[in-house]
Design a protein around this ligand. Structure first.
Ligand code: FES
Length: 273
């Protein structure tokens, strides 16, 4: 809640301050559910992804050529044979370095600086504020205008890298149709495809992508192609939050499936060959 300070100096304009409330909020609904679920969801993903990224097993199925996105691209000589779709220009890596060390940091930074995730963790983890009409515990608010949060502005550059990595993930999904016995289709192929489909939805619905396609134009009428692309990206953009969560789910599901199939814990459900 805000109120106008009647003691404001004449000519200086109204000074906005919070209403003097004894309690942190007057809300009586369960406003804390959303930040709670957000924190649990993000934490679960980070824990799972961190453990899997360091495991170094169950990331490549030699029979059906499924590669989990958590190990793509696998460019080191430490990668199991067959999993390196782009060769092994990097030598052996010590076990404390994830095999996808070239892509994972950028994907992490892409998501950390994402406009939606920023909103999510500012509210649920940093309580700034935790919900509408619930006072935050911090005395000062400087936003993203100075260090360290001004660094969030580099998000647009991570978008370019994420775009390339999504191309690589797509390549992984396509070449997975060519298994040890030639062309075939299994449930794993469908899961890999669904995952890259949503990765594209998430990547292309990025606010930076919207700016790249249609930003800094004075006249849309003079750039019909860019205007059309911008229109399509804008349609995706309104669902960016949903894609942010769906892709966390499809990434875990894809990795889990590849893990279970490649370790012979479950058989791959084959639809063809
Ligand atoms: Fe979310 Fe760019 S990925 S805004």
């Amino acid at each position: 809640s805000e109120t106008t300070n009647p003691g404001a100096e004449a000519g200086a304009g109204p000074v906005r301050t919070r209403a003097a409330l004894a309690s942190r909020t007057l809300r009586t609904d369960r406003w804390w559910l959303s930040p709670l679920f957000t924190t649990l969801g993000l934490t679960a993903f980070v824990v799972y992804a961190t453990i899997r990224s360091f495991m170094r097993e169950g990331y490549w199925d030699a029979e059906y050529h499924y590669l989990t996105p958590f190990y793509s691209p696998c460019l080191s000589e430490s990668c199991v044979p067959g999993s390196s779709h782009f060769g092994t220009p990097i030598g052996e890596l010590p076990s404390f370095i994830p095999l996808a060390f070239l892509s994972l940091p950028f994907l992490l930074l892409f998501r950390i600086t994402c406009y939606y995730y920023r909103k999510a963790y500012y509210r649920s983890v940093w309580f700034a504020p935790p919900a509408c009409a619930v006072a935050e515990p911090h005395a000062r608010y400087t936003g993203e205008t100075r260090l360290p949060l001004i660094v969030q502005n580099v998000h647009r550059y991570f978008f370019y890298v994420a775009f390339v990595i999504t191309v690589i993930n797509t390549y992984d999904a396509v070449v997975a149709f060519d298994g040890q016995r030639g062309f075939g289709i299994g449930l794993g192929n469908i899961i890999l495809l669904v995952n890259v489909f949503f990765l594209w939805c998430y990547t292309l619905s990025c606010h930076s992508c919207r700016h790249v396609t249609g930003g800094r134009l004075k006249h849309f009428s003079k750039h019909p192609v860019r205007y059309w692309i911008w229109t399509q990206v804008s349609k995706l953009n309104v669902r960016h939050m949903q894609f942010a969560w769906i892709t966390l789910g499809t990434l875990v599901l894809t990795d889990l499936y590849v893990w279970l199939v490649s370790t012979d814990t479950i058989p791959d459900l084959r639809l063809f060959n």
